[in-house]
Design a protein. Sequence first.
Length: 122
Amino acid sequence: MSAAPFDAPLLFDLTGRGAISLTGVDRATFLHGLVTNDVKGLRPGEGCAAAFLTPKGKMLADLTILCTDDELILDCDPALVEKLEGLLRKYLIFNEVVIENRTGETGVLHEREENPKRFLEG
């Protein structure tokens, strides 16, 4: 009997994606006002999909926002990193936030497993 297509975990290397790090006490409040999802509600270890919009609602980029204990990481298309970094800096007024392009320092692995705990433990 052959195994079902997804009996074994699948791991996809997405290294090369764009990564922008936001640190500082105002990071969640700052980003929350610029994207379409509830960033302030994220807890460490959680993430969400979001869109970065112009003030008139035109979509500039889709992102995945990942939350750690002390930073928010914006995962995006690498071609958009410079544009997004510039836009974030443009709106950074009176906020205690540090914006850093971390594309060259990060990697992304996407895992497809029915039971992620089994994958991580074994």
